[in-house]
Design a protein around this ligand. Structure first.
Ligand code: FAD
Length: 302
């Protein structure tokens, strides 16, 4: 068996695996896609001490750093079940069962879908989730951003500098983004904001040509012609596979204490899959290190 088995190969998992391996214990890491969300990120300018880098470059650096150590890397493997017996067992999609004394879960998060007609059909044909990645594809065109939280408004501000016009659609009665972001947004000449608006359809033929939404108060339907729709309604933690095991909050994030411990002794968690206050690379790496040090502490006491 492993001493520490890390599930997830993003910034949190890489950090946890390196910290564990540096204790000289038997360490494994299972990743559906080594690198995680940063593979979909363009420029990163807030990874402190590195002025500017690109996501795929940082992912490669993570992998190289992990490979410096004696760590079993199981890439392109999906964990589908966890069970605490005498040891902790993790079953993979391919049927293999891995056993470990301690487990660190760092399976991250993914974009939340809006689930209206057209979303699946036009994914990558006008429906996008990553303004940093796909914004430039809509240069000079009209786009919509669904979602008036921080990520939606950041996206709208970002896109307004590239595209011709941005329509912001917020379901609630007001935007939820920080005041400074809202001020910045409303100072821009090429943005229109609709609140209390429910998106009902993303329309198109071979690619997106518009969006339909309903005013939730009056029931009035509106259609705006445009070329792209950015869905910015939050992240969902990749924790479905843990149904019925450890404690999670109402949006599915794993509840951890300040040491990264979960409700199951010997199982720790780190990064975007947890109920941490912020989801950032540097924070994920920090919590990954915390979970590794805590799991080592657990091992020497049990
Ligand atoms: P993730 O990066 O999500 O990694 C999760 C890992 O777990 C992946 O390897 C995944 O394949 C794997 N996995 C998931 N489920 C399973 C399973 N069942 N079995 C096995 N493996 C599984 N942060 C910044 O600090 N600066 C930025 O500029 C920045 N820009 C961003 C831009 C975009 C477009 C996005 C999407 C995010 C950005 N972030 C940025 C946020 C940052 O990428 C995340 O906070 C960080 O990647 C979280 O790390 P993580 O290791 O917790 O999770």
């Amino acid at each position: 068996p492993y001493d520490v088995l890390v599930i997830g190969g993003g910034p949190a998992g890489s950090s946890a695996a390196i910290y564990s391996a540096r204790k000289g214990i038997r360490t494994g890491i299972v990743a559906e896609r080594f690198g995680g969300q940063i593979l979909d990120t363009l420029t990163i300018e807030n990874f402190i001490s590195v002025k500017s880098t690109e996501g795929p470059k940082l992912a490669q650096a993570l992998e190289e750093h992990v490979k410096e150590y004696n760590i079993d890397v199981m890439n392109l493997q999906l964990a589908k079940r966890l069970e605490k017996k005498e040891l902790i067992e993790v079953e993979l999609e391919n049927g293999a069962i891995l056993k470990s004394k301690a487990v660190i879960i760092s399976t991250g998060a993914r974009w939340r879908n809006i689930n209206v007609p057209g979303e699946q059909e036009f994914k990558n044909k006008g429906v996008a989730y990553c303004p940093h990645c796909d914004g430039p594809l809509f240069e000079g065109k009209d786009v919509a951003v669904i979602g008036g939280g921080n990520s939606g408004i950041e996206a709208a501000i970002d896109l307004a500098g590239i595209v011709n016009h941005v329509t912001v659609i917020e379901f609630g009665t007001e935007l939820r983004a920080d005041d400074v972001l809202q001020k910045r947004l409303y100072s821009l000449p090429n943005v229109t904001v609709y609140t209390n608006a429910q998106t009902t359809e993303i329309t198109g033929t071979d690619k997106v040509n518009g969006i339909t939404f309903v005013n939730r108060e009056t029931g009035e339907e509106q259609h705006v012609e445009l070329a792209g729709v950015f869905v910015q309604i939050g992240l969902v933690p990749n924790t479905d596979w843990l149904d019925g095991t450890l404690e999670r909050n109402k949006i599915g994030e794993i509840i951890v204490d300040k040491r990264g411990a979960t409700s199951i002794p010997g199982v720790f968690a780190a990064g975007d899959c947890t109920d941490s206050a912020f989801n950032q690379i540097i924070i994920s790496m920090g919590t990954g290190a915390t979970a590794a040090l805590s799991s080592f502490d657990y091992l020497i006491r049990n």
